[in-house]
Design a protein around this ligand. Structure first.
Ligand code: F6R
Ligand code: ZN
Length: 174
């Protein structure tokens, strides 16, 4: 039987970015965050094409493949909409029984967690601190500093993302 040598790509964290073959970069502008900020007047005065965050993801398995891990870096830029700080859209995982680890590389912020039953928690994120997102909890990062909030994340690769529940119901307890 022939044994093939497997190829493990080399990946590097450099200047708050994840680099390497197979790393996918995505971004969200303020225009893509419609409806998450309270102050609609303040929101409507900001440019829709302003960058709110960028995500570098290493996705070694095809979406839905069991047993793999997805990981990467999110850079959430500083800024405010009225009195509210820039935040990520926030999501549950489609497979609700999915935990996720966030590790803060730089900046200062919070992770807002909420379960479908409405149990919630706000966890501070400072460099060197990790936040464990328990399974079943929606998660949203908030940058309260004046530099990018940079976090490393890792979760099961078949988890999928459910944005719709937050879009329609929002975070109910804050
Ligand atoms: C993946 C995860 C992070 C976020 C990223 C952007 O499960 O939690 O990679 O996807 O911080 O936030 P969202 O996805 O809410 O726009
Ligand atoms: Zn997640």
């Amino acid at each position: 039987m022939e044994h093939k040598k497997i190829v493990i790509p080399s990946l590097s964290f450099f200047q708050d970015e994840l680099k390497g073959e197979g790393v996918v970069k995505s971004r969200r502008t303020l225009g893509e965050l419609a409806g998450i900020f309270e102050n609609q007047d303040a929101y409507s005065q900001l440019p829709l094409d302003q960058l709110a965050y960028e995500v570098y993801s290493y996705l070694p398995e095809r979406e839905g493949t069991p047993g793999g891990l997805y990981f990467g870096i999110t850079q959430l830029y500083p800024g405010k909409v009225g009195d509210e700080y820039f935040m990520t859209k926030g999501h549950f995982h489609t497979i609700l029984d999915t935990g996720e680890v966030y590790y803060c590389l730089s900046g200062h912020g919070y992770m807002l967690l909420e379960s479908p039953e409405g149990d919630w928690s706000l966890q501070e994120m400072t460099p060197g601190e990790a936040v464990y997102v328990p399974k079943r909890y929606a998660h949203r990062s908030i940058n309260i500093g004046d530099t990018p909030l940079v976090t490393f994340f890792v979760f099961r690769g078949d988890a999928g993302h459910d944005y719709g529940t937050i879009e329609t119901k929002g975070y109910r307890n804050l």
